[in-house]
Write a protein that binds this ligand. Structure first.
Ligand code: SF4
Ligand code: F3S
Ligand code: FES
Length: 248
């Protein structure tokens, strides 16, 4: 079925902008990114949008569609009724560069603040040994495509710009949790999570989990277990030490 859809797209730059209306052709099987591309080809050649793979794997095309954070390339037009207005706006938590493109460098800055995997001193590559169960536990978190939709959605920074300095967001708290679960990692992730990355600011609303296109259980499998381990340690440092030793 081919029809004409009503689109409202945010157009603007760092100085401000507004929603503009367009009527665009939609064909069977298309996704929102197809429509944005058709708009560029036929009506708005200077419309800025970031994308790369068109397969839900590069994490570039994050935006908000009818107010919900989504990947443009993974949102089928069949999600909407033919007479529904489809509104596309840039991610709200990050500064706009132009149109649908935002400056996500906040996330790269936070990524750099998480020290990489730290094996015990003297253990050389090739000598690492760990249980399959520990390998499998982190596989879920490794599915992350760094679309930053979870970062965009979390109210701790979406509604409170001032929290950005103190809070790394669900994607990077999940990374810290992943490293903390790693039986060969010796860095003190729990203290850093609490004191440098703002784990305590997360009040487990699970909005991050709701929007994750990879369906990672960010809250249940990373953030809550991390909070529990931090609490254990707070009340009894020997528990933390014991856990670390037992896991080797
Ligand atoms: Fe995107 Fe999910 Fe990774 Fe967050 S955890 S950046 S929502 S893939
Ligand atoms: Fe934010 Fe997710 Fe926690 S939305 S408050 S990081 S559960
Ligand atoms: Fe790569 Fe959408 S274009 S995830």
């Amino acid at each position: 079925m081919t029809y004409k859809a009503d689109f409202r797209i945010w157009r603007g730059d760092t100085d401000g902008g507004e929603l503009r209306d367009f009527k665009v052709e939609v064909n069977e099987g298309e996704v929102v990114l197809d429509i944005i591309h058709r708009l560029q080809a036929t009506q708005a050649p200077d419309l800025a949008v970031r994308w790369n793979c068109k397969a839900g794997k590069c994490g570039s095309c994050s935006a908000e569609i009818n107010g919900r954070p989504r990947l443009l390339c993974m949102t089928r037009m069949s999600t909407f009724a033919p007479d529904e207005v489809v509104t596309v706006t840039p991610m709200r938590t990050f500064p706009v560069i132009r149109d649908l493109v935002t400056d996500v460098s906040f996330n790269y800055a936070k990524a750099r603040q998480v020290p990489s995997f730290t094996p015990p001193e003297g253990l050389k590559p090739g000598e690492y040994r760990m249980q399959q169960v520990d390998v499998e536990r982190s596989q879920e978190f490794r599915k992350c495509i760094e679309c930053f939709l979870c970062q965009n959605t979390c109210h701790v920074i979406r509604d409170f710009e001032d929290n950005k300095a103190a809070f790394s967001g669900p994607r990077f708290l999940m990374r810290i949790a992943e490293l903390d679960m790693h039986p060969l990692d010796v860095a003190d992730r729990q203290k850093a999570a609490q004191e440098e990355h703002g784990l305590g600011l997360c009040n487990i609303t699970k909005c991050c989990t709701d929007v994750c296109p990879e369906h990672i259980h960010i809250t249940d499998n990373a953030l809550i277990p991390m909070k529990e381990r931090v609490a254990d340690r707070k009340y009894d440092p020997l528990v933390w030490l014991g856990n670390k030793i037992r896991r080797r």
